[in-house]
Write a protein that binds this ligand. Structure first.
Ligand code: IPD
Ligand code: CA
Ligand code: CA
Length: 252
């Protein structure tokens, strides 16, 4: 499988993201949970193009929901990570594509069409942005870095616990950030732009690509309790440069 070929396809999604008319065609999935024509068109486009080239690889896309797969190798796609941002033209949304095989992610691509940045990794080959190698931040403690938070917006009942954790982390780190795209937060942790990121509830398509890009860049990703992440199971995520992982995790 040629990652450059796959990235070429992923980059083609930019024309959908730039279409403000499509972004205005919204269907409500739940409380503050939308899908726009951009999401569905990107998913349909990539599913079709990937199938043409790699018919043996199955496909799991957010807009079809989480379901059991027949085989053990499949793409995991979030066609737009940051749909609320897209609806409001906030310009922080990414396309996130991972290749899963037998319990692990072998390829990860996170594309930010607004900054024309493409973060990518293949297992064992390091991580890159636009062809340049990336590495996690040097920070040895929270006091030396900024941390991205995820508000788990579709589980508002988690707010008291989440916001208490945000305060504890905020008191220890330089400052906090909220981009509205989990994949972007993982990519930025991998690139050393932030020291880490955490969110109480995510779906596989939010973190599949990002978990490989992060670990290939020297970082660490676990569940809140420190357990290893199974890429096809929803749940909380703590992602860091590794050095401050335990310090962050103890606060959550
Ligand atoms: C959401 C974004 C957001 C995160 C949510 C995700 P969506 O994905 O990644 O940053 O806080 O938990 O569900 O719905 O825009 O694809
Ligand atoms: Ca998402
Ligand atoms: Ca999405």
């Amino acid at each position: 499988m040629d990652i450059n070929e796959v990235m070429r396809l992923v980059r083609e999604t930019r024309r959908f993201v730039e279409n403000r008319d499509m972004a205005g065609h919204i269907k409500v999935k739940g409380l503050a949970d939308y899908v726009t024509q951009v999401d569905t068109n990107i998913q349909n486009f990539l599913q079709e193009k990937l199938y043409e080239r790699y018919p043996e690889v199955e496909f799991l896309g957010e807009e079809d929901g989480l379901h059991a797969m027949k085989g053990d190798t499949f793409w995991i796609l979030d066609p737009i990570d940051g749909t609320t941002n897209l609806v409001h033209d906030y310009q922080h949304s990414t396309v996130s594509l991972g290749l899963y095989s037998r319990g692990e992610i072998l390829m990860g691509i996170i594309y930010d069409p607004f900054r024309e940045e493409i973060f990518y990794a293949e297992k064992g080959k390091g991580s890159f942005v636009n062809g340049r190698p990336i590495h996690v931040a040097e920070a040895g403690s929270l006091s030396e870095t900024i941390i991205a938070i995820g508000t788990a917006p579709y589980q508002k009942e988690l707010a008291p616990r989440n916001f208490a954790a945000f305060q504890r982390v905020f008191e220890k780190c330089e400052d906090i950030r909220r981009t509205g795209s989990a994949a972007m937060d993982l990519a930025y942790t991998a690139a050393g732009r932030i020291g880490g990121y955490f969110e109480a509830r995510l779906q596989p398509w939010d973190f599949a690509a990002g978990m490989l890009i992060l670990t290939e860049a020297g970082g660490r990703i676990t569940r809140y309790d420190g357990a290893e992440v199974n890429p096809v199971e929803p749940g909380g995520i703590v992602a860091t440069n590794g050095k401050l992982h335990e310090e962050l995790r103890q606060l959550l």
